[in-house]
Design a protein around this ligand. Sequence first.
Ligand code: MSP
Length: 518
Amino acid sequence: MSSDKFYITTPIYYVNAKPHIGHTYTTVAADVLARFHKLTGARVFFATGTDEHGAKIAQKAKSENKDPLEFTDEISGQFKKAWSDINIKYDRFIRTTEKDHIKAVRNALQFMKDKGDIYKDKYEGLYCVGCEQFKNEKDLVDGKCPDHQTVPEFMSEETYVFKMSRYADRLLKMIEFDEFKIGPEERKNEILSFYKKEGLKDVSFSRKNIKWGIPLPWDEAHTAYVWSDAFLNYLTVLDWDGNPENRPQMWPPELQLMSKDILRVHATIWPAMLLSLELPLPREIFVHGFFLVDGQKMSKSIGNVIAPEDLIARYGVDATRYLLMSTTAFGGDGDISWKKFDEKYTADLANGIGNLVARSITLVEKMRNANMELTLTDGEKEVWGELGFYHKNISEAWDKYFFLFKELRIDEILFLVISGVATFADEYITATKPWELIKNNDKKVLVVMYNILERIRHISIMLYPFMPATAEEIMRRLGLDPEIEFKKDFKDLIKWGGLSPETKVDKGEPLFPRLNQD
Ligand code: MSP
């Protein structure tokens, strides 16, 4: 369908603690988008990884009496395992402790230094180790970093400074005109007002007293500021060697996902570095919401941190992916709870799509036991016409589906599929009463049941980016080979009539078993 390229990134996560559902949320969303673009024929690269240098990680390793690399190996391995357990299909997982990354970062910083964008100075300011960022008084609440509830330390040391102020005017224009797009709109406005009020000040780019980092090539007594090291992962993950002339083929990203906690640095330091490196900026940065659990920020001290494996244990892999993507609006903050997840699982999955597939296949089996075979007609017209529901035409639903993907309204896509396309099939069954048609030997049932099964095939394609294993299983139950189906040209795959009337259906076990009430 599309021969465009689609390079998507998640933030690389700090390895100071194991992954929780906040990290999982961003990564699953990126996986959904990558799978969707792959399915429709784009050249896709999906990058994720771990951010392993800096004071925060060094301190944490020390508190556990571990050597930093031994510690980061361990936690980075936990991220990899979590992503594999939840069926994330990234193209590469990068670690900032990899040799090639380190070499490229040194080359890139040397390039910036050589063109006069990095100079030596003395730097003073408040530093929050939790954020790994300098803070202004204005950023603090009661003298504390609002994200970490800690008092930032006062730092005063000799440092190399990035001349970021040089790029302020150019960046402001690029953001204003969406040449460097920031979404949703309110986040863009927030950044624009930051540029207008505060402007861009030069920023400290090296640390003399932090040993756990990448030594600067021209002065090894300093290590690179951890964010300068981390940002460059978006390039080094594509095998970039740090030389701006060797720009990777997939550069720039079509989309970089993250939450609001790290938007400011991604909208200032990161693009300024790219301008300094004379490389194109990402097309779009999109900021999704922050998860709160029962109204509170997830935190170890409150004890409300939910790990992805906790959800998988209760709901299974695909349902966990579904619940993460559907429970809150993608661009806004959202409150989650076990109660909400349970209710949604039961309504949308066990009673929703799971029940639709089971009852439809049971009806087809009954029909065949009565010696009635499915029939393919040239469309749904006659039967949909009688009922007159919205989404009556599957191609209308597809148009909406593509539109919502383009707009990154991810939760609404699932609402469309479950509460639109699938619910319609349920209502259609209720209205046409196929069990009565079978009893009365009414041939109309042949068309009715074909329409339902074919609609279910479309539902399985729509669900594929979100719940790949479930989508494949639905295909199998419809008598199709998912290995063949999902490799078809997308345009052909979504034409009405892809299911053969002679297909052999298979009821199987419930797709989404009922939850244990404990
Ligand atoms: N290492 C930096 C990023 C460097 S990228 C060049 C970092 N790491 S982090 O581990 O703190 O990850 C932050 C990101 O994790 C957020 O921007 C978001 O994508 C995800 N989330 C962490 N907690 C979250 C929630 N409670 N809710 C939603 N997303 C969350 O910052």
